[in-house]
Design a protein around this ligand. Structure first.
Ligand SMILES: CC(C)(COP(=O)(O)OP(=O)(O)OC[C@H]1O[C@@H](n2cnc3c(N)ncnc32)[C@H](O)[C@@H]1OP(=O)(O)O)[C@@H](O)C(=O)NCCC(=O)NCCS
Length: 291
């Protein structure tokens, strides 16, 4: 099967289209995962990635994305043999004493290929648990007096980047810039009607929630959500999610997904989602090959 190295936005779109084509409850990724993951990092980090696509004619049937010694992979379940090719490429092109790969527990075609290549389940470490919510019956968002709940406008890139930094600097300072956020806002299928914020009385953004809509499968992915530290535990995280979820429903979606950490080292995100009605489902499993 011919392999081609990633060469720009058209390839990202082709990778997203594979994810959309094979989407189901048991699939690890939603096309929004790629829109966010690819664009939301500094160019220096992007430069360290190795991404390759496998095509059958015009159709992408698999891809691999390596950072350091870790692989993300997507393979059409109807073409399980491609997973072995992605793993061969990963092994041949990666140095170090161990290789890692995380998949959803339901991705049996990938799990079989990992086992065949000698990978074993690696207990411990972080994992993620998919959560879903049906949009038929959503709660009503409520914000404190003086705060405003609304979607962003395309010209609010600076403020949008600032609220992300203010929410995502607990562990280490966020590297989000207006330039990086601009790249997110310019990628398919971002739309500002699904990028919600809570505006504080002083005009700054206090919380944000971005949803990516897969129109074909009528499902949205919530990624990311944040509330600036000084505004936390006042219900803004709930309100901004609910605002975005109502907008998602108005655009024809029937379900939303979010993938917070499932391990007990970082429970706050899943607690927030569960507090508005998301329910846990499948989890990721980490595999490792010691060389
Ligand atoms: C997670 C986060 C968005 C919560 O925002 P928030 O505005 O403080 O959340 P809310 O006030 O709406 O909280 C709603 C409920 O979520 C749960 N919750 C929120 N933060 C929590 C925490 N730190 N610990 C435990 N439960 C928490 C609680 O059930 C809470 O209800 P309660 O306050 O009545 O107990 C915020 O802490 C944040 O931005 N963290 C860093 C970024 C992040 O982890 N984003 C989500 C990753 S996918």
């Amino acid at each position: 099967m011919p392999r081609r190295d990633f060469s720009g936005p058209d390839d990202l779109r082709a990778m997203q289209e594979l994810v959309q084509r094979i989407y189901q409850v048991g699939a690890r990724f939603h096309l929004g995962d790629l829109g966010w993951e690819y664009n939301s990092v500094a160019p220096e980090r992007q430069a360290g990635w190795r991404i390759a696509l496998w095509r059958d004619g015009d159709e992408v049937v698999g891809w691999g994305w390596v950072e350091g010694q870790d692989l993300l992979l997507v393979v059409d379940p109807a073409r399980p043999e491609v997973a072995g090719e992605v793993l061969d490429w990963f092994r041949e092109s990666t140095s170090g004493d161990s290789l890692g790969c995380s998949v959803l527990e339901s991705e049996t075609h990938l799990i079989a290929a990992l086992a065949k290549a000698g990978f074993q389940v690696h207990e411990g470490g972080h994992f993620y648990t998919h959560h879903t919510i049906a949009l038929a019956d959503l709660g009503t968002p409520v914000v404190p007096a003086g705060f405003t709940l609304r979607h962003t406008r395309p010209d609010e890139v600076e403020k949008r980047a600032a609220v992300h930094r203010a929410a995502w600097s607990d562990l280490r300072p966020s590297k989000m810039t207006a330039e990086v956020m601009g790249a997110v806002m310019n990628t398919w299928p971002y739309r500002s009607e699904l990028d919600w914020v809570v505006e504080a009385p002083n005009g700054e953004f206090a919380a944000s929630a971005l949803i990516w809509l897969d129109e074909k499968n009528r499902v949205g992915l919530v990624e990311p959500v944040g509330c600036a530290t000084e505004y936390r535990r006042r219900g803004l995280g709930q309100a901004v999610n609910l605002g975005a979820l109502h907008a998602l429903r108005e655009l024809g979606a029937v379900e939303a997904r979010v993938c917070p950490r499932g391990d007990d080292e970082y429970p706050q995100a899943r607690k927030l989602y569960q507090s508005i009605g998301f329910r846990p489902g499948l989890r990721t499993v980490n595999y490792r090959l010691d060389l």
